[in-house]
Each structure stands twice: as structure tokens, then as C-alpha cells.
Design a protein around this ligand. Sequence first.
Ligand SMILES: Cc1cc2nc3c(=O)[nH]c(=O)nc-3n(C[C@H](O)[C@H](O)[C@H](O)COP(=O)(O)OP(=O)(O)OC[C@H]3O[C@@H](n4cnc5c(N)ncnc54)[C@H](O)[C@@H]3O)c2cc1C
Length: 483
Amino acid sequence: MSLLPKFAQVLVVGGGPAGTTAATLLAREGFDVTLLEREIFPRYHIGESLLPSSLQVLDLLGVREKVEAYGFQCKPGAHYIWGDERWDVNFSDLLGNYTHSFQVRRDEFDKLLLDHAKSQGVKVFEGIEVNSLSFDGDRPQSATWSQRVEGNSTGELSFDFLIDATGRSGLMATNYLKNREYHQIFQNVAIWGYWKNATRLGNGREGAIVVNSTEDGWLWGIPLHDGTMSVGLVIHKKTFKEKRSTSLENIYLEGIAKSSKLKELLEPGELVSKVQVEQDYSYTADRFAGSGYLLAGDAACFLDPLLSTGVHLATFSGLLAAASLASVLRNEIKEDQAMSFYERNYKQAYLRLMVMVSAFYDQNKKKESYFWQAQQLTTSNYGDGEKLQQMFVNLTSGMEDMLNVEDKPDRIFRDVSDRLKEHWDLRHKQFSNTLKEEEQDQMVASNEFFSTFNGIFSLSKEAAIDGFYLVTTPQIGLAHANS
Ligand SMILES: Cc1cc2nc3c(=O)[nH]c(=O)nc-3n(C[C@H](O)[C@H](O)[C@H](O)COP(=O)(O)OP(=O)(O)OC[C@H]3O[C@@H](n4cnc5c(N)ncnc54)[C@H](O)[C@@H]3O)c2cc1C
């Protein structure tokens, strides 16, 4: 291992998609970036189904060609069997150069991005874990690290800025800020494994993700380029506990047996991996940024994987983090303005998808109502059914986050999050006929709130948050709307 530096202008901890995106973009702007990753890549990771929005970020990273040429399974969209409805989401409906995506083995995809980061000037050190941080007041200023593999070196590295991209382990949020909250509305458990010889969808849609609801929850089927299919079952924690007297594999296989489409696709298949499990996985940190630091990707927040949004949010926040810091380091903007820009944009993108996912969990709805919900979450003024479907594709592909929509800076995350929970509880009561008379008015008000809830994300000059918007040319950074 070559010697770790004692100082970095920017220290990125974590080499997943969030960390490599932020580090590569900053290195390409000429900044001094060190990235520490505790594993040696390739390393296993769940989260294989990507959205087209990530291609846009891959373009900015200069790695799109390598990804396109790698041989990952091309993903034309999604096939939903949801409640009584069935429909296809086609990324070919999107505009521009982002009309597909990929299903990736994350060990291979993440290694490709990490190797690319090295090639772009990021000082990458694998097998190095950050064990603790020291602070000057609230501001992190140095990290102590230890080598986990092929040696036992230790050391300290100081920095001007920290990007915490440590994923679910959340270095800052769980050890120092202690500000991570788990969402009450998505108390789910995911159980997954890999299958050989599963049948794939026909008619040119063999690369699509299959999303299949059941009476207990839902399943994903993600066809991968090595011929296997990643198949996961998501059920509520309560249901999981009720079934826990039997083995994990039994719960998993029973869940598949209750599905319609996935059961059929897996009929000739064989489970070729051990079954893995993850729970309590939807959360947000109270703050995403502060003096000298930003939390990117899962280190800040995580949303139930129903719409495959994780890597999108990771690369998107990596882009926002790089742009925000680049402008600070070039003295174009004050640090607190950049941190506020970052936090609001990332929270708002997250929140919008969270509203969309929670609408989905209400399986009693018709597909048109999901399209309608998508339209409510954007500002574009579409009318007929076909165009509403287009809005849905835009939103659930992550592309809307990359586009220009109206800003509502007064919409505070926590407030909306609380209202979302309230709304969800009321809807449950309504569907189970347990809504009390005195709750009727509350239900009406809640419906009104969500029907007027409008576009919230801004990257554009017209809709700049705090007067700032993101620019990617001629260099990555923030610009002021009045300049
Ligand atoms: C059940 C399930 C299904 C999912 N399905 C999908 C899907 O289909 N599509 C999708 O887009 N997303 C999906 N996701 C989400 C996706 O896995 C994550 O959102 C995504 O990996 C986040 O990227 P990241 O870079 O923030 O974190 P990670 O990819 O987790 O990277 C963090 C890195 O930090 C390193 N690290 C941690 N702590 C330290 C430390 N102290 N020092 C040094 N290094 C450290 C880790 O080793 C790791 O490599 C799913 C998640 C779950 C739980």
C-alpha cells in the first residue's frame, strides 16, 4: 500500500456510488481529494437496479462509455403487477440520451466507478477504515484510520472538508450527530437471494425489473448479466415477526409462492445463493450538512427500494455535494450558503420520492392514481392519461430531479414527513372502515394538502433555491440566479 497523505483538501469516506461520484467530480475540477474505503473492491452490495438519471451523472463523471461497454444487463424499464393492475414503464418514453438504464452486479459496477475515480486523480485507499473523527467545535477536522487487510497500519489524516459517504453505517450520523430517525411508515424487512435458470420477460423486455405485489408485501425480480436473477421479498416487520418461527428461507420461498408473476418466472429456476436479510432500512438524518461536512447517499437517508431509487439518490447527492464544495473552494459562495443549498436540494429530492413510494404502498389504488400522484409532485401541466403516464416515468426514472421544476423552499422536510405519516394512518383507517367521525375533517384536510403538494426540486436558474442553482458547464459548481 502506498503511503496515505497526512492532509486532504477534501476527504471522502466510502467508495460506493455516492463517494465515487463526489470524489471524481471534485478531482476533475482540480481539487485534492482522498477517498478511504474499508473494503477491498470488488465487494458485494445489494441495490442492482439503476434508474436512467444515473446515466446523466455517469456522463458528467466521464465514465458512461465504460459502463455502456461493460456488458451489464440493459434495463428498458419496469413491469408492475401491483394490486389489480399490470403495466409497463418504458424508459424509451423519456427524452434525450437517457432512454434506458442498467441492472448491475454492484461488486462490478462499484469497482468500475472506483477504478475510474483513481484514473481521474482521486487518491483512493482501499482496505482502510475510518475509526473516528476529531472536531474543532462542531467542525470535523481530522480522521483516524486503520488498515483492515494486508497490514495493520494506523494513522491520522486532517482535511478542510469531509464528505461522509459511508452508506448505511453512517459514520457521522450514528457516531457523532446521533440524528438518524427510522421511518414509522416503512417498517419493512427485505429478504433476498439469487436464482439460476429463471425465465425472463419476453418481447424485448427481458432486462426489465419485475415488481410484484402480494397480500403480504411485494417482490422484486432483477435479471443480471451473469445469467442470475436477484429476487427479493419485502414484508412488514410485524408480518416477519409473526412468521419468524420458521426459517428465513421458508419465509422467502412462501413469499414467492404467493406472487403471481415471479412464481411463474422462477418455476424452472434454482436458488443458488444463501438468503440475506435487511431490516429497519428507511431513515433520514436530521441534518445532511453542517460546518465542514456533508452526508451523501445512504449516509444521509435511505428510502424503501420499491422504486429502485438508492443509487439515483447516491449519485445525485454526490453531484450536489461536489458542486457545492467546488464553489466554496473557489471562493464563489459562502460555506453556509453551499451547505444550505445541498441540504435542501437533497432533502427535497428524497422527500418527493418518499411521497411517491408511500402512495404506491397503498395497493388499493388504480394505476391512474399513481400517475396522478406523480403529476402532483411536479409542476408540469399535463392533462390527459397518456401524458400523466409520461410524468410518472419522468419522476420514477429520477429524471425529474435532474430537470427544472418549481421551488417551494418553505416546505420543511420534517413537517411534510410528519404529515405524510398522518395521511398514511388516516388512509389506512379509511380503507379498513375504522375512520372515526371526528377524523373525517382531518382526512379531507390531509387529502387537500397532498393534492396541492407541488414540485419541490430546483436545479434551474428560474427556480433557484436561495438564489443559487447548479451548473455543470464550463465547470461544476453553484451559480447565482442574479449573475
Ligand atoms: C434490500 C435493498 C434493496 C435495494 N435495491 C436497490 C435497487 O434495486 N436499486 C437501487 O438503486 N438501490 C437499491 N438499494 C439501495 C442501494 O443499495 C443504496 O442506496 C446505495 O448503495 C447507496 O450508495 P452509497 O454510496 O450511499 O453507499 P454504499 O453503496 O453502501 O457505499 C458505502 C461504502 O462506504 C464504506 N464504508 C462504510 N463505513 C466506512 C468507514 N468507516 N471507513 C471507510 N469506508 C467505509 C462501505 O464499505 C461501502 O463500500 C437497495 C437497498 C436495500 C437495503
